[in-house]
Design a binder for this molecule. Structure first.
Ligand code: WT7
Length: 654
């Protein structure tokens, strides 16, 4: 595995602007004592147990942590229900009639659900699921637009002890099928469609395609979202049911299941270094404890905040920081269904102004797009309600950070740049807004109780300098495994060094003040517009096309998306290459995986640069795709290949 190669890091480390916490926020922040770091480090179990105690348990745990590397169990013997913690427990006091979800559809329709409303909807849908035969431990697949019913369905699963597996609506029918089959889901909840830039994404039609090969599915529940003729829906008798019809007949009362702290809460598929996505398993007690704690401290959440995380619920950010974290804290959560530039490039700022959003959490790729669109769009709106900004998903470049700080935060809001992963379940490296003097481009320090280090490939700790990011102690919301593949869990994450140290797959540097600067992946995983894409998955999708002999996919730097996908393709003997074939291959990948994985560039190559042992040298392809001087080619079987490819790439770009 190559060490990260990032010349821009040297500029980053020269970044010495420092932003102290705003005085007002520092004075009233949920965490003000700088001693928390040391206190938590000296006894992390007691630290986490303190947060766990702020949740509602049926029976208390008898032991905080059982660590048999690399397997951890947290809050042993404790029983609780995640839905009760996110909904029921807010009903007894003033939060009962507080908005839990303030949702806005892309066409401009809106709905507000108070905690009491949410309780009724979730309990009713939990009864529906039970009526369809869903039992504790069963898997339920969710393939939906960003509508309240998605959060309702997740919480309903949690209520009856079923395991949800959300599949992002941008994934294809084939991806959905693969995930349903891997998890052996018995019920699918979907919608007729969702709105995106004024068009309908025909989710039910795509689901129908998937359902041709999913023998485990017994029932399909369809939310009516788009209606109309754009995405006509065919209901298969006996299998398919309308959500609103089932809801009318079901009981609004549904006793929650008492779940063990280590019972599975959800599976979420994410890309890795092989062709097959991994089902990341999260359990109940530890996960809820850490998402609760981090939401409260990192976002400094208060009861009167209006909190908006713009992520789709189909990704882990949506699971942890749209649904479980904020609702466990009794927050008011804003949800918006559609695109940030629809109908205008100020849609987000219009929402912030109208709903008086106070906390705003988004991705660098979005910030870079806003920057490119120009200051006039946020400038048209009063963003004075905002008091805290967050960033997640990829490294944020200092320019974007500064722009965000000035044009969205009005130079008054702290920015929390939060590093974490699907596997970590919750935020791991982040500023604490009342304490940390932030530096643009740095995620700063490990959250209290979290232990992060930089290591060399050989495992030596690096105090100051670059290397691989490692997590050296178990944490409550850590993944408990890969669904159905216990060996891959060990080999993927716990085999780089000793089996008690987690390898993140990220490169990072640490500066003299102990701050972390994340540099991106060092494995065959790409981060395109904050979405995780495995190069091998895209390569398998390409070679699946009848005209393709071989393919190599690399990431190249992209101004807005962070990384873009460049695919080098060798076609089969006698196949003519053409623009039509480029379009066809892009469409093929979209069909196999989803629009999120559609390559930006396709370069036809007579040969790919390979070592004498036949290994494709992706490093060289990356240099070519980025128009850089190509590195050492002496190990190539045929060095002339590189020159040819460079010429071809140039002609693609013209
Ligand atoms: C990968 C995880 C965490 C939820 C969204 C993505 C990158 C994430 C940051 C950040 C630099 C970041 C890493 C990580 N990443 N946050 N603040 N700074 N890089 O979850 O799809 O599991 O991807 O996203 O490379 O490994 P994910």
């Amino acid at each position: 595995m190559p060490e990260p190669k990032h010349p821009e890091i040297d500029d980053l480390l020269r970044e010495n602007r420092s932003f102290p916490p705003p005085a007002g926020l520092a004075a009233s922040a949920n965490v003000r004592d700088p001693g928390v770091y040391e206190k938590a480090a000296s006894d992390p179990e007691t630290f986490w147990a303190g947060f766990a105690r702020e949740l509602d348990w049926y029976t208390p745990w008898t032991r905080v942590l059982d660590w048999q590397p690399p397997h951890a169990r947290w809050f042993l013997g404790g029983t609780l229900n995640a839905c009760v913690n996110c909904v029921d427990r807010h009903l007894d006091g003033p939060r009962r009639d507080k908005p839990a979800i303030v949702w806005e559809g892309e066409p401009g329709d809106s709905r507000t659900l108070t905690y009491a409303d949410l309780h009724r909807e979730v309990s009713t849908f939990a009864s529906v699921l039970k009526g369809l035969g869903v039992r504790r431990g069963d898997r339920v697949a969710l393939y939906m637009p960003l509508v309240p019913e998605l959060a309702i369905a997740m919480l309903a699963c949690a209520r009856i002890g079923a395991v949800h597996s959300v599949v992002f609506g941008g994934f294809s029918a084939e991806s959905l099928r693969g995930r349903i089959n891997d998890a052996q889901a018995t019920v699918l909840v979907t919608a007729d469609g969702g709105w995106r830039r004024g068009s309908v994404v025909p989710l039910k039609q795509m689901a129908d395609e998937a359902l041709g090969g999913t023998p485990s599915i017994r029932h399909v529940v369809v939310v009516r979202r788009t209606g109309g003729s754009e995405a006509p829906v065919r209901m298969s008798r006996g299998r398919d049911h309308w959500y609103h019809e089932l809801m009318q007949e079901a009981s609004a009362e549904c006793e929650p299941e008492r779940m063990d702290a280590e019972d599975m809460l959800y599976v979420l598929y994410t890309s890795g270094t092989t062709g097959k996505p991994k089902g990341i398993v999260h359990t109940t007690g530890g996960y809820l404890t850490q998402v609760y704690a981090t939401t409260k401290w990192v976002f400094d959440l208060k009861d009167d905040d209006v909190y908006w995380c713009t992520a789709d619920i189909g990704w882990v950010t949506g699971h942890s920081y749209v649904v479980y974290g904020p609702l466990a804290n009794g927050a008011t959560v804003v949800m918006y269904e559609g695109a940030p530039d629809w109908p205008g490039r100020d849609r987000f700022w219009d929402i912030v102004e109208r709903l008086k959003v106070t906390i705003f959490y988004t991705a660098p790729t979005a910030i870079r797009a806003f920057m490119r669109w120009g200051d006039q769009w946020p400038g048209k709106h009063n963003l004075g309600s905002l008091r805290l900004l967050g960033s997640v998903g990829e490294p944020i470049n200092p320019e974007a950070w500064i722009w965000y700080h000035r044009h969205i935060g009005g130079d008054r809001c702290p920015i929390v740049d939060t590093w974490w992963q699907t596997e970590t379940g919750a935020i791991m490296i982040t500023p604490l807004p009342g304490l940390t003097h932030t530096k643009p481009g740095s995620a700063t320090r490990a959250f209290p109780g979290i232990s992060a280090e930089i290591r060399t490939s050989e495992g030596a700790p690096v105090e100051v300098g670059g290397g691989l990011l490692a997590l050296t102690r178990p944490w409550p919301s850590m993944l408990r495994g890969i669904y159905g593949d216990p060996e891959r869990y060990v080999s993927q994450y716990w085999s780089r060094w000793t089996n008690d140290v987690y390898f993140t797959g990220d490169g990072a540097k640490r500066d003299g003040s102990g701050f972390f600067w994340l540099l991106g992946r060092v494995d065959d995983v790409l981060n395109v517009a904050g979405h995780r894409i495995g190069t091998m998955e895209v390569e398998s999708a390409l070679v699946d096309h009848p005209q393709v002999a071989e393919a190599a996919v690399v990431g190249r730097a992209h101004e807005i998306k962070g990384q873009a996908l460049a695919a080098f393709v060798t076609v089969k003997e006698g196949t003519p290459t053409s623009d039509a074939l480029v379009a066809e291959l892009k469409a093929h990948v979209a069909k196999k995986i989803g629009v999120v994985a559609r390559p930006d560039d396709i370069i036809f190559a007579a040969d790919l640069p390979k070592t004498r042992s036949g290994k494709i040298m992706r490093r060289l392809l990356r240099d070519i795709a980025e128009g850089k001087t190509v590195g050492d080619t002496t190990t190539l079987a045929d060095p002339a290949v590189v020159a040819k490819l460079k010429d071809q790439y140039r002609s693609v770009e013209e």
